[in-house]
Design a protein around this ligand. Structure first.
Ligand code: SF4
Ligand code: SF4
Length: 379
């Protein structure tokens, strides 16, 4: 697991998506002083290569001035190691000035778009689509790479064909995640995608991907297949993220991941104190994350997929119970469904009837597109 530091310049966001759980209206903006302290903290914390991801809230609210100062401070202050950057933004505040800075530092952009305009704006708010597309055009004009991420909700999952075709027709790579129950608001489950429904969606997208191989990339399916083939998770959800991923909030607070930022009980330390790994390990949040890892070792011991699942995301598992460990990631059901599907299909292709067909004389039977073709293409 590479070392990953998420920088959260603010939890504020100009959008008001119906199912959002990570924005706070009055969140302050991170100061440049805090970036300087991030550099001082990291100098003695770890010296291996690091990826910085700017996340939020909406990180572009920090403005061009913030990025113009912060990026060289990080690059020059930590010049003894390899470094990469990324940003997750809705692109509304993208300007040619910011795009120029990002191009200089070769920063790929992840942005959110839930499919065609009408569907997207229904869940993310009127005008969202056009504002994001305006930012997208500016980013493209400056040669920046932009990937969109779709959130499938209890509503949009009913339009999965339209969403898949939208990505296919526009030539976008598809990355997605399920809407989680909100920790704020009166109806936490309203937009959340039921885990079994999510499992069915994953299998649907695997099939659609294989039917359209060479015409679209579905990143999550690539990652899931790579996990099964390599025997190790290919994204944070499916590895032990604790100890290798940290997030720094607007005030310099250090958390296990951006998802916990703004929740006081998950603060592990502060960059202004330049804590060592041992210092962070004294915090309750660190201990909780380690306890989750041990819990997964026990609870998932009998599961055939434990090596490339690792109990899923600790945030998903822990936060609905206010910091208590009462189970693994509730998407366990979805993960089992897709991992079973992938392994069964691989076995069928390698050892089953469709594999044997290759050696039989006579006309070939029409069979569904193979998962091995995808893997040969990707690995
Ligand atoms: S808490 Fe979840 S989202 Fe955050 S790094 Fe870990 S697995 Fe990824
Ligand atoms: S699929 Fe479920 S039981 Fe298996 S490792 Fe993942 S979380 Fe654990």
């Amino acid at each position: 697991m590479p070392f990953h530091v998420m920088l959260i310049p603010t939890l504020g966001c100009p959008s008001n998506c119906s199912y959002c759980w990570s924005s706070e209206e009055r969140s302050p903006i991170m100061s440049i002083e805090t970036i300087k302290e991030v550099v001082e903290w990291l100098k003695n914390f770890r010296d291996d290569s690091v990826t910085f991801t700017f996340h939020g809230g909406e990180p572009l609210l920090a403005g061009a001035g913030f990025f113009r100062e912060a990026l060289p401070l990080l690059v020059e202050g930590l010049s003894d190691r390899k470094m990469a950057f990324a940003i997750q933004t809705n692109l509304w505040k993208m300007t040619p000035e910011i795009a120029e800075i990002f191009a200089k530092y070769n920063i790929p952009i992840g942005s959110s778009l839930d499919g065609p305009k009408e569907l997207n704006d229904f869940q993310r708010g009127k005008g969202y689509y056009d504002k994001t597309m305006r930012g997208y055009e500016i980013a493209k004009e400056h040669g920046l790479s932009v990937r969109f991420i779709t959130t499938f909700t209890s509503h949009s999952v009913n339009f999965k064909d339209e969403i898949f075709n939208f990505y296919l027709e526009n030539g976008f790579m598809l990355k997605f995640h399920p809407a989680l129950p909100s920790l704020r608001g009166d109806e936490p489950e309203k937009w959340a995608l039921d885990p079994e429904e999510y499992g069915r969606l994953l299998i649907y997208l695997l099939n659609k991907y294989l039917e359209n191989l060479g015409r679209i990339e579905v990143l999550n399916i690539d990652h899931l297949c790579k996990g099964v083939f390599g025997g190790r998770g290919a994204v944070c959800t499916f590895v032990d993220c604790m100890g290798d991923t940290f997030a720094v909030g607007p005030d310099g607070g250090i958390y296990p991941c951006y998802r916990f930022v703004g929740m006081p009980k998950y603060v592990m330390g502060n960059v202004y104190d330049h804590p060592s790994m041992e210092d962070l390990a004294q915090s309750d949040a660190w201990k909780l994350m380690q306890q989750y890892k041990e819990y997964v070792d026990r609870e998932c011991k009998q599961c055939a997929h434990i090596k490339y699942c690792r109990g899923g995301c600790p945030y998903n598992a822990i936060t609905p119970y206010d910091g208590e460990i009462k189970g693994v990631d509730p998407h366990c059901i979805s993960y089992k469904m897709i991992f079973d599907e992938i392994t069964n299909r691989v076995n069928e292709e390698l050892f089953g009837s469709s594999g044997m067909d290759m050696f039989q004389a006579g006309p070939m039977k029409a069979s569904r597109p193979g998962i091995m073709s995808l893997m040969l293409k990707k690995i």
